[in-house]
Write a protein that binds this ligand. Structure first.
Ligand code: ADP
Ligand code: MG
Length: 740
């Protein structure tokens, strides 16, 4: 049969499939034999990998202990385990208004037990897994304080007699994920194995490895067909790891290659503004500052200035924790651009932050005679019109605004430098999108330099992945005048002491924030609302003190007023929801109280804490939470692992102020998508690569991809051709980026 025909042969003609099963598989996205080959096992069952319940018990207990000590445990309690056991007993409990909970008691003869909990479809599951049946279970176990192990609605398959025999003989059995549709079409793991055996015989050779043998040897990659075959039918356990490594590498390699090629097109076709290193304006400002730049600030300025004089367009990410002093770095580099007759634009995520930048920067450049202009969506149209005019005429030199700066086409006069502040609020802004609306002002082959600033300390592997085409500068060192913020966890029952402490600080002339979780409708009954508490606190607890209230329902002008009053010390205490998270700078505020702190995400807590410690006096952050974390969310008790995650967040805050360390923990707790602002991260859904644990592969693949993009001649023409063919398959044939 000619290859192309073979490749597109409908699945139903494959031995063991037939029309009905083909239909069910198609719904899973499996249309062709090749798709079938890439439907890989979810897990493997073999003695080495399947713990007994007794040993699982020991593992989980150890983790509980680590958790009780003052360290952050490794979070592998979130790890999935595969267990083989017998259902020995059904138990039913009635909970809340005759709802039924089904408990399956499991035993594997090791002396320990475990339970599966079904909160719904109990009758169905009772029949499906009768007492006496043997099952394979895959899921995340939970251990309660009495040491009882349970799984909630895990993945379960029957473990049939033949499999048991093979398993006992030491085989490695692949287990496939079976959803309801597949089960209804009578597709079991066993049947899938048979199908795959025949598809491998007939169709494995339609897959061609796009990496040459030389390439594979150089980078220790297993052959592609070999990898697929061994993932379905591993001979030894190492086969699985080696083969998975190959698929992971390919996935991230082509992603990075896409970034690398895009980057190269920009570099080949566009030039950057050539700006000489010395700047009189920057020097003048530097001399006026009442502080000395930190070593890291100086280092980053050098990196940026080197880009300016390279003739290539800069595309740089500046990472630095809250309060590390990114603004002044941006401003000093802006001045050298302005000095040569170009405009600079700085884009902030919110109007409030744009406003603050406007004030800060206007004040700093006061003596330098540089016009500063704002452009935001919320501006009055008359003011906006005036701003636009100044931008077009070139009168405006420093332009500060929100998305409005690039949302529509604005006729910049000569825009030479774009700064994007607090990148994480946007997700990934592609330089290409941004300059499309702004680069014309420089003429065709010149594009502005771009600096992206972020206070979200993104772990290195992750920033490499998502910002693959950016150079990265990091400020780790905090300004010298800062004192380490003291962070303490307190319980609700200690609130009185906490408030007494606040009074003491205020009496000494300092200011404090008291923060509550955001008020959402559905949670109204469960949460202390900021407004109620404002009344309670201002009228009773802090009677005689001046309290301000800031919450999400206020208009932004009102927020501005409240903030301004706090800054001017008209308020001693600011009672607030999370709106203070972004962009306010009140150096005299030294105490941050966060109530219901278990409700906040780790990076949110870190951002909030960053609001204090900005002045010279010792600052404090007190994380108040319910004693035993027995609070409820939407009427449902928190699961054990949710409680643990909450405690881990608080303990991490108490232990460290290092944003990168905090980000690592956050990443483990929540996964990368969430860390970057859910689904806005611009990251694809990787199928094989794990952004948390596969750092080494990511780093290697990125380096290889970028080397190839810049030095294509290290590959032979055939090697290039094959890689490009696969690249087009993955990233679209219309993708015009090419190697060489
Ligand atoms: P972020 O990196 O969070 O944007 P900012 O740029 O707002 O931080 O800086 C926070 C505060 O630190 C500002 O008040 C700024 O003037 C001050 N600052 C910046 N650099 C230094 C320094 N080297 N020494 C002392 N204070 C500094
Ligand atoms: Mg900032």
């Amino acid at each position: 049969m000619p290859e192309s025909k073979k490749d597109t042969l409908p699945l139903q003609y494959i031995k063991g499939i037939g029309p009905q099963r083909a239909q069910a598989l198609a719904k899973e996205g499996i249309q062709t034999p090749v798709d079938m080959l890439f439907y890989l096992p979810r897990t493997y069952v073999t003695h080495l990998l399947v713990p007994t319940l007794a040993s699982l018990n020991i593992t989980l207990r150890k983790q509980m202990q680590a958790f009780d000590e003052n360290s952050v445990p490794n979070l592998s309690y979130q790890q999935e385990y595969t267990i083989i056991a017998q259902v020995v007993l059904h138990k039913e409990h009635v909970y809340r208004f005759n709802k039924k909970l089904l408990l399956l008691e499991l035993s594997d003869g090791s002396g320990s037990k475990a339970y599966i909990r079904f909160w719904s479809y109990t009758e169905f599951y009772k029949k499906l897994y009768p007492e006496g049946s043997t099952i394979i279970l895959n899921g995340k176990p939970q251990m309660d304080t009495f040491g009882k192990i349970s799984f909630d609605h895990p993945d379960i398959q029957k473990f049939d007699f033949e499999d048991q025999t093979d398993y006992n003989a030491g085989a490695i059995l692949p287990i496939y994920k079976l959803n309801e549709k597949l089960v209804k079409a009578h597709i079991t793991t066993r049947i899938l194995r048979k199908i795959l055996q025949s598809v491998i015989e007939t169709h494995l050779d339609t897959i061609k490895d796009y990496f040459s043998q030389k390439f594979r040897e150089k980078y220790s990659l297993r052959e592609l067909r070999d990898s697929i075959k061994h993932l379905h039918f591993p001979q030894k356990i190492e086969d699985v790891e080696l083969s998975k490594h190959r698929l992971k590498f390919d996935e991230i390699f082509f992603y990075e290659l896409n970034l690398a090629l895009k980057n190269k097109v920009v570099l080949d076709e566009k030039k950057g503004l050539l700006i000489p290193p010395k700047s009189l304006l920057a020097r003048t400002l530097l001399e006026q500052l009442d502080f000395e730049l930190t070593g890291d600030q100086k280092k980053v300025i050098r990196e940026i200035v080197a880009d300016f004089e390279s003739g290539k367009p800069m595309n740089r990410l500046l990472q630095g924790d809250v309060g590390s002093g990114k603004t002044i770095v941006a401003l000093l580099t802006m001045l050298s651009i302005v000095e040569h007759g170009y405009q600079v634009a700085i884009m902030a995520p919110t109007e409030v932050l744009a406003e603050q930048h406007f004030h800060t920067i206007s004040k700093l450049v006061e003596g330098l005679d540089i016009p500063v202009t704002t452009l935001t969506g919320g501006q009055k149209s008359s003011i906006r019109k005036e701003s636009l005019q100044k931008i077009e005429s070139g009168e405006a030199k420093i332009i500060i605004g929100t998305h409005a700066l690039f949302a529509t086409k604005i006729n910049y006069h000569k825009l030479g430098y774009v700064i994007i502040d607090e990148q994480h609020k946007f997700g990934v802004v592609q330089r290409a999108d941004l300059i499309a609306n702004s680069s014309e002002s420089l003429g065709n082959d010149l594009i502005p330099h771009v600096l992206v600033m972020s206070a979200t300390p993104i772990p290195r592997t992750l920033s490499l992945t998502i910002y693959g085409e950016l150079d990265v500068s990091i400020i780790k060192e905090m300004p010298k005048n800062r004192k380490q913020i003291v962070t303490k966890i307190a319980s609700d029952s200690q609130l009185k002491q906490v408030f007494d402490f606040v009074k003491k600080k205020i009496d000494a002339g300092e200011q404090a924030y008291i923060v509550y979780p955001l008020v959402e409708k559905s949670e109204k009954m469960l949460l202390k609302s900021a407004i109620e508490h404002y009344e309670l606190l201002s009228d009773e607890v802090f009677q005689g003190y001046k309290c301000g209230l800031l919450h999400g329902q206020l208009k932004w002008q009102e927020k501005e007023e409240v903030m301004k009053a706090f800054l001017d010390r008209e308020y001693q205490i600011l009672i607030a929801t999370t709106v203070i998270e972004v962009g306010i700078d009140v150096p005299n505020a030294s105490v941050m109280i966060i109530e219901n702190s278990e409700r906040f995400g780790l990076s949110q807590l870190h951002q909030l804490r960053g609001r204090v410690g900005r002045g010279t006096s010792q600052s404090y952050c007190i994380l108040v939470s319910n004693d035993k974390l027995t609070y409820e969310i939407k009427g449902k008790p928190l699961k054990e692992d949710e409680k643990r995650a909450a405690v881990i967040r608080l303990k991490t805050m108490e232990r460290t102020t290092d944003g990168f360390e905090i980000a690592e923990v956050d990443l483990k707790l929540r996964g990368p998508g969430d860390l970057l602002g859910t689904r806005q991260s611009g990251l694809p859904d990787f199928k094989y690569i794990d952004l948390i644990t596969d750092g080494e592969i990511i780093t290697q693949a990125r380096k290889i991809a970028f080397d190839i993009a810049l030095n294509p001649s290290t590959l032979t023409p055939i090697e290039r051709e094959q890689i490009m063919t696969e690249f087009s398959k993955r990233y679209g044939a219309e993708n015009f980026y090419r190697i060489a």
